[in-house]
Design a protein around this ligand. Sequence first.
Ligand code: C2E
Ligand code: MG
Ligand code: MG
Length: 529
Amino acid sequence: MVAELVDLHAALENDQVVPYFQPLVALRTGKLTGFEVLARWDDPAGGPRLPSNFVTLAEQNGLIGALTRQVFGKAFAAAAAVPAPLSLSVNISPVQMHYLSLPGQIRALADEAGFPLDRLILEITESAFFNNVEQAKTIAAELKAMGCRLALDDFGTGYSNLSHLLALSFDELKVDRSFVGAMTDSRNSRKVVAAIVGLATSLGLVTVAEGVETEEQADMLLCLGCELGQGWLYGKPVGQEQLAGMVSEAAWVSPFVLTSPGDGWAVSSLEALPTQRLAQLQAIYDGAPVGLCFLDRDLRYVSLNKKLAEMNGTTVSAHLGRRVQEMVPEMYAMFEPHLLQALQGLAIEGFEVIRPAKVAGEQGVVTLVSYQPAWDEADEVIGISVSVVDITQHKRTEAALLVSEDHRQQMEEQTKQVPWVMDAEGNSLQVSSHWVQEAGVHKGKPRNLGWLEALHGDDLAPTLRTMKEALRTGKPIDIQYRVCVDDVWRWMRSRGTARLGAGGEILRWYGTVEDVGEERLMGPTAATN
Ligand code: C2E
Ligand code: MG
Ligand code: MG
């Protein structure tokens, strides 16, 4: 220990403590916003040594001031290679937050190197407040008055005391990397990050995630509304000789201009406003003509709209927090298998459920129920979005139509006379019978007397002549011709009359056709009436 201390003394005297620089980026665009300065002990014997090996030692032995001066001075000088508006974040030891001289020292170092204070972010941890809130407040106020920004570092570890968060007017909150590292595997870590980001956003702070190592973490953080990221995914800390190269290769944006269009800031800030999101969702919910609700993994109502509450015969508040089984016990058996599938991640589209009538003697309500699983950022199902559409009216109309279609078919089968409709040009508009289709009339085309193509060759010319004559004069049609049914030529008799308009012009033809057998009937000769 003593040997270490002696070594650190020597290192500081020999200028061996140097700044390394780690990029900070906008998560949405991946653009550079600045660098964090991290101290390294450039030990000629063993390569760069990490701060965990010497910062505490320096703090405990009165060397932290010298260390800070060395790191800050060199960092500001090197930052000549860092153009505006990129920022520089430096760490201040909690010990130093006891010294009222700190702001003056920082100003002197920055001025000496010509680094503007409004691009400087000072990172402090919560331990800076221990037995020291008033002093910390005074120092922080002076630093802010100089134009510096303040970041609360490593938030989420330690005490995470909310009064600390409010004590100084912080600009940034850095989410500790222990949560970021665990969030893709642990739902609870994810919840902690979501809560920290939500809290920071609602206080108007920029959130920075530390220790971002994978794209998956970056995507998740972005979804949660986090704005900046720092970590190996974007770059490890590098020595000052590599700083200029890193800057020249990158595209960058200002970390401070949160509303500048085009960088995605405005959008991400808006998306992250939970109160607005809720209000929008509620408006959609309440205006929807269908029943909607969201169920959690235990099938409890997290939210629902008035329409669904009405369908279930009670109020919205009576549902919240209760399970589906409790609210609609009589239907639960129908829902359960589908709900369980939805919890496995399967979307269930529209199954019919008849809801029993609320009043005895009335008919039940027919509904179409759909389940859509909702996933969180780690693709785990966190609940089910439910929609319920009342299709009772639709069902009644459908049933009535089926009945009337059935009636019509029955009548046709009885009479063997099939109605047809034709327009003034001879386009067949409707010949709606099964047996006419079978009879091969469909072989001809409906347009322009095209149906005649299905006729026996001998009947074609005379029928065409008669039809053309009828279309010209409007005289009633009564013709016989043969069509082929099951390989047998059968005679059809078709009769029709024209419906005339006010000026005597033909509007439509209405008629019937019937199968009169294999022998031609006596009466009107084919194709002449
Ligand atoms: P910090 O301020 O929270 O710095 C972030 C630490 O996370 C750095 O460790 C950085 O190298 C590390 N890190 C960044 N991205 C990743 C990543 O993707 N994965 C992992 N595993 N780690 C990542 P480092 O450089 O060892 O610094 C440790 C701590 O030492 C710093 O934590 C800071 O509290 C302190 N420190 C560093 N430089 C100084 C300084 O100049 N003065 C003072 N007072 N403290 C310093
Ligand atoms: Mg830091
Ligand atoms: Mg940190």
